[in-house]
Design a protein around this ligand. Structure first.
Ligand code: GLN
Length: 288
């Protein structure tokens, strides 16, 4: 048996020694999770049974090796919702909340009360499910290719009581795209890291699926491929909204322009990095 307060300090120190710079926060999250107590430190003298302490130690050790906290906990919050996560699926990031804000804005400005929205490379489903919940009359579809991610997508739809329609398919296949028609909005956070960035990933990010991160040599493969293939699934005047990596905005804007999209807009994330590129599909007869 060990007292909570003493054990907390031990775990936090272990994490600090491993170079983790959020040791206190991470330890608190693990205590909350394993002790099933939102305020574990309000009972500093309570004893932790040996087997539970052992379980916590094992988790802290994994965390010391750079295993992501979100995978350890098995779930993570995004916007107002909670998503199950684990190996094989990208962890929802705060940057992606800018994509949500952006799309909610498009719906407000264009008075789209029951938009048809398509989310490509859905992963955990954080984008599709959040939009579905935030726009109650929307019809949201989510496309994801990989088995492991697709299982999380389906589980998250269920857990959030969402009505997102999940489709397991490859977004790079024109046959898949042809089945989707008349959408108001396409959203996507595709893999966008460059070959160089992949060489220099944080330990935690290395535990995430490469298929959700790597966007080819210059990181732009998916924008190049998705844009022409999926533009036909959008109504004229419909919008495409992409999350992008650092300094990719001009290249992605060029890709959109050359596919006959207009009104290209950039939005910064909370860190001041241009994170979202949005564009409108122009009528077919204008400028081919
Ligand atoms: N934002 C992620 C990262 O930088 C990358 C996600 C993606 O490629 N879509 O770790």
């Amino acid at each position: 048996m060990v007292r909570r307060a003493r054990f907390f300090i031990q775990c936090k120190e272990m994490l600090e020694l491993s170079g983790c710079d959020t040791a206190g926060f991470d330890t608190l999250c693990v205590f909350q999770d394993i002790l099933n107590d939102k305020y574990p430190l309000t009972k500093p003298d309570e004893e932790i049974p040996g087997d539970i302490a052992e379980k916590i130690t094992d988790i802290i050790k994994k965390r010391c090796e750079g295993y992501p906290l979100q995978y350890v906990l098995g779930e993570w919050d995004f916007w107002k919702y909670t998503f199950r996560v684990g190996e094989g699926v990208l962890i929802p990031r705060p940057d992606t909340e800018t994509l949500i804000e952006n799309i909610l804005d498009i719906c407000r400005k264009n008075k789209l009360q029951s938009p048809k929205i398509l989310d490509l490379c859905s992963g955990s489903g954080c984008i599709a499910i959040t939009l579905d919940k935030e726009i109650p009359q929307s019809e949201v579809w989510a496309v994801e290719k990989y088995d492991s991610a697709f299982e999380y997508l389906e589980e998250n739809i269920r857990l959030n009581n969402s009505e997102v329609r999940a489709v397991k398919a490859d977004v790079l296949s024109p046959e898949t795209a042809r089945k989707f028609k008349d959408f108001d909005i396409i959203a996507s956070n595709p893999p966008y890291l460059t070959a160089e960035e992949m060489q220099d990933l944080q330990k935690e990010v290395r535990a995430e699926p490469e298929t959700a991160l790597y966007g080819g040599d210059d990181g732009l493969d998916f924008y190049r491929e998705i844009t022409p293939v999926w533009r036909n699934s959008l109504k004229t005047g419909g919008y495409i909204s992409y999350e992008i990596g650092m300094n990719q905005h001009n290249s992605v804007a060029e890709i959109l322009k050359s596919n006959n999209f207009i009104n290209i807009n950039f939005t910064e994330d909370t860190g001041g990095i241009i994170r979202i590129v949005t564009a409108e599909k122009q009528e077919e007869n204008k400028n081919g």
